[in-house]
Design a protein around this ligand. Sequence first.
Ligand SMILES: O=P(O)(O)OC[C@H]1O[C@H](OP(=O)(O)OP(=O)(O)O)[C@H](O)[C@@H]1O
Ligand code: HPA
Length: 187
Amino acid sequence: MSQSLTLEELNRVMAEADLLKSAAEVDAALNKLAVEITGRLSTSLPVVYGIMNGGLVMAGQLLTKLNFPLEQGYMHATRYRGETTGHTDLQWQAPPSIPMDGRTVLILDDIFDEGNTLAEVVKACHAQGAKEVFTAVLVNKLHDRKNTDLQIDFIGMDVEDRYVFGCGMDYRGYWRNAPGIYAVKGM
Ligand SMILES: O=P(O)(O)OC[C@H]1O[C@H](OP(=O)(O)OP(=O)(O)O)[C@H](O)[C@@H]1O
Ligand code: HPA
């Protein structure tokens, strides 16, 4: 468990952070994702899962831009557990909330970083009988440390190789609520 942070420390993290993507840029990326996803899945009656916690903001904002019939669910898998580096194993806090047997599945998450989380989630969806599984992320972090061959179907935008927060992504549990995407000073 990470050491608790004070209000002053958390406000300093934000004050010193670099803004990588403004709220307007995030909205434009979500619009682009919505067009691409609509083009591919609008007649598939998909079940769309947000991965908690990080995928909550992205899923909430994206879903209202998808103008076709879909079911919406959630699952909670975590690898980082409030820290800034990931554990190797994925911890399941909540299994998929809607059965996916024979369904087209779309997984929504905030970030594709080293890739373990989405690779495991996609594997779990196939194991639960999904007919086909698509993935969409708000951001893809650019580096050569991906631990999977998984190709993400829909990517909102790329970010540089730094520890980022905002739009669902946390800095040690905080600042998921920030409307843009920020990089922590020195990380
Ligand atoms: O590509 P990866 O290196 O696996 O990292 C990406 C995952 O890490 C974060 O989740 P985290 O485990 O921090 O849980 P959270 O959603 O509760 O923040 C994020 O929301 C992604 O699901
Ligand atoms: O850079 C990140 N920020 C927040 N959460 C994350 N999970 C994986 N990478 C990140």
